[in-house]
Design a protein around this ligand. Sequence first.
Ligand SMILES: [Zn+2]
Length: 343
Amino acid sequence: MKALIYLISLLFVGTSQAHAWEAFYVLKPGELRFSKAVATFSQQAAPADCRARLKEITCIVNPIQDPKESRTCQPGSETMAPAIERIYDVLPPKLQQTFCGMTVIFIENDTDVLAYAGVMAWDSNSEAKGSFMGIRRALVEQNYDATSVLGWKEQKAFGLKAPPFVHLPEGPRTSIVLPASLSALHYVIVHELGHILDFANRANNFACPPGETCNLNVPAPESWTALSWETPEKPKSNQLFPLWSKLCFYDCKEQLSVAEMEDFYRQLTPTDFITTYAAVSPWEDFAESLTFHVMAQHADFEYQIQTPFASYDLKKKWDNLGIKKIWMQDFLNRDLKYPTPLK
Ligand SMILES: [Zn+2]
């Protein structure tokens, strides 16, 4: 239980930066306020028809002005559903099912991040209750390719500030082909579903050894966290590399520079972190790895990073990742838990 409280408080830290940090956050129950025309929202699709539910839960919103105010879904919110339905149709059934109990998908008119996701509360049995996702509107409306969007984000880690979604010539070049050549939205949605499945099933989990007073920084045995992380803030020594301490995407005090790019990728490559973003935290590690697992089921998936002096094939890295790949396979073979729908 203590572990749970710690985890939640840790996640709340993200809440204040929610608009500047693509991560994820857990909302306090009262925080997720939104309203939709009664006629559409009271007739929610039965959970059996999870695809039909998508148009009930898409909700176009403007940025939060006053956190106490309810967010109103703008007219035409349901027109955002078809783009999400196209992604839904190619997802494995266990990921599709996450939408069955989802409370809302915010389509953000104006946000710096690509997307976010989380669960809303924990019930008395410590089971997740309610879930939500938010996606930058441009990703839903315009068919941006994964190379542009994820390549732009990759360059952020090196302090490059290009307009969305442009690659600057001095930064690393990312080249991605998603299964069936779907847009970046495919990658983004799978990543965010990864966060929700992580929370609902405690893939990342922390334990306090029995009878000990501790700071709950210890990954639980058998957890995803235990594979690569010593604490939520620090990789295990065999996964840690010198430039890791400068790795930061959003709201950074210190950051990598373009001059460090070659060294950075050389150091990241022998680790078990599948992408640069995966090395940020155990939660991003899980979401990125789950995304690779899902994408790598398809032979046409490609993901490469190129620097002036080297090229890295991340699809090949995933195929050879061993323990993490097996852990993820086992996870998706489990009888997964989903956040229970909010009444
Ligand atoms: Zn994330």
